[in-house]
Design a protein around this ligand. Structure first.
Ligand code: ITT
Length: 193
């Protein structure tokens, strides 16, 4: 089955392809000739994932899915959450975002946080929602070179290292996005195949 993944983030595309690339033919927006930014102005992760998937479905008419992900920090009342991409600036400035979060967490003892992914699938116009959560903690400094976004400052529960110190496979095995996309794949296999 062919599925368009409605993302402009190549890291996400790689992660998802690694998990379900053998089961489905994952097509990128680039391959569909779509280069513009997709609007993400909703107040929730679910709303943004739905908006991205609907945008691509109406542009292409192809079965597709989208994810919106946020890092939710307990001591910051769930921030940066849905504003994770634009936490420090209007753009996607990962370096500034990580710096601001570490600043806000200075002297804060409760480091508990979670990554949460809302993933929306549209098949023949029908919409389905899946969620993936990984709990963990915010580190005191950046560790590791791998991954992307906030990965260097997040350590999943039960691990001493950050997501950025793990292999892509190790991250996928336990991550928010890995969990959500495996649920999506299982749903499709049971429902259609
Ligand atoms: P698309 O909307 O095109 O899919 P994006 O990078 O804007 O790409 P999100 O809105 O879901 O994706 O991302 C929100 C922010 O969270 C952004 O700063 C990402 O770098 C970060 N992020 C998302 N998934 C992450 C992950 O698995 N690890 C670390 N940071 C992540």
């Amino acid at each position: 089955m062919k599925l368009v993944f409605a993302t402009n983030n190549n890291h996400k595309l790689q992660e998802v392809s690694q998990v379900v690339g053998e089961k489905f033919d994952i097509t990128s927006l680039k391959e569909c000739g779509i280069t513009e930014d997709i609007p993400e102005n909703e107040p929730t992760l679910e709303g943004n994932a739905l908006a991205k998937a609907r945008y691509i479905y109406s542009r292409t008419g192809l079965n597709c899915f989208a994810d919106d992900t946020g890092l939710e920090v307990e001591a910051l009342n769930g921030e940066p959450g849905v504003r994770s991409a634009r936490y420090a600036t209007d753009g996607h400035d990962d370096t500034a975002n990580k710096r601001l979060l570490l600043e806000r967490m200075e002297g804060v003892e409760n480091r508990t946080a979670q990554f949460r992914t809302a993933m929306v699938l549209i098949i023949e116009g029908k919409e389905y929602l899946f969620e993936g959560i990984v709990r963990g903690r915010i580190l005191h400094e950046e560790c590791g070179e791998g991954g992307f976004g906030y990965d260097p400052i997040f350590a999943p529960e039960g691990y001493d290292c950050s997501f950025a110190q793990m292999s892509a496979q190790e991250k996928n095995d336990i991550s928010h996005r890995g969990i959500a996309v495996r649920k999506l794949a299982e749903f499709l296999q049971n429902a259609i195949l």
